[in-house]
Ligand binder design. Structure first.
Ligand SMILES: Cc1cc2nc3c(=O)[nH]c(=O)nc-3n(C[C@H](O)[C@H](O)[C@H](O)COP(=O)(O)O)c2cc1C
Length: 219
């Protein structure tokens, strides 16, 4: 698959079939993601892969943390106060996702049930935790982000589907108690997409003028 097709094909998969990738399959994705650039070639991105009983235990522990309000986040993903245009983009994405699932805006129960699927990793049988060592700085988060993007696209190119899960990384102490060290950034569910309607949902993108500026002359 050429790179353009890969970028166009990747999407956040929110329902996976019962398929577990082998270590060899996971390593093939990592070998591609490792080609990512990083500042002074520090290569700070690390992945801890969960599967089998370890994955089930992690999910159970995350539900325990969720139900007991045991939030602990290493890397904050969202601003304290939402402002435009981010507020609207976030709102619209959530709204359209629930619409695609036929969940009404005021159906709190169904929305909660859908949210809880995050902590079952949308039924994926492989989960990666992306982390970096303690003591590193924000720049290494940038490197890890580049690695993450390449990991997602590499997985797509090899025929797998993925979903980044920031929600899971709201419970870093729980993840740490399950054997992951350092600064935890996010989780990635990996597998193969099911035919569920949720996987027909596609997001929109900002207009070019909203995100780019050409500076040619300074007065
Ligand atoms: C850092 C990060 C965290 C995310 N966390 C979640 C999450 O917890 N749950 C979820 O369903 N999607 C999550 N996503 C997926 C985004 O919602 C998705 O990438 C965005 O809406 C664009 O859609 P697309 O990936 O289908 O192109 C996350 C994506 C990123 C990059």
């Amino acid at each position: 698959m050429i790179f353009k097709e890969c970028l166009e094909k990747r999407f956040s998969c929110r329902d996976f079939i019962d398929y577990e990738l082998s270590e060899d399959e996971l390593i093939k994705i990592v070998e591609l993601a490792k080609l990512s650039p990083s500042a002074t070639n520090m290569q700070p991105a690390k992945l801890s892969f969960f599967s089998g009983n370890a994955l089930i235990k992690l999910s159970d522990d995350l539900f325990f943390a969720l139900n007991n309000g045991l939030k602990s986040q290493d890397v904050k993903l969202y601003p304290n106060t939402w402002f435009e245009p981010y507020k609207s983009r976030r709102f619209e994405t959530g709204l359209r996702l629930y619409e695609a699932l036929g969940i009404k805006r005021d159906d709190k129960q169904k929305r909660l049930e859908q949210w809880h699927k995050n902590y079952k990793f949308f039924n994926a049988k492989n989960l990666a935790i992306l982390h970096i060592d303690k003591g590193l700085s924000e720049g290494s988060l940038l490197d890890a982000g580049i690695f993450l993007a390449n990991f997602l696209n590499a997985a797509t190119s090899l025929g797998y589907d993925t979903c980044v899960l920031g929600s899971v990384a709201e419970y870093c102490d729980t993840i740490r108690a399950n054997g992951v060290d350092g600064i935890i950034i996010c989780a990635i569910a990996i597998g193969k997409k099911s035919d569920d309607v949720v996987n027909n949902f596609r997001t929109t993108r900002a207009k070019n003028e909203e995100i780019i500026k050409f500076i040619k002359e300074i007065k």
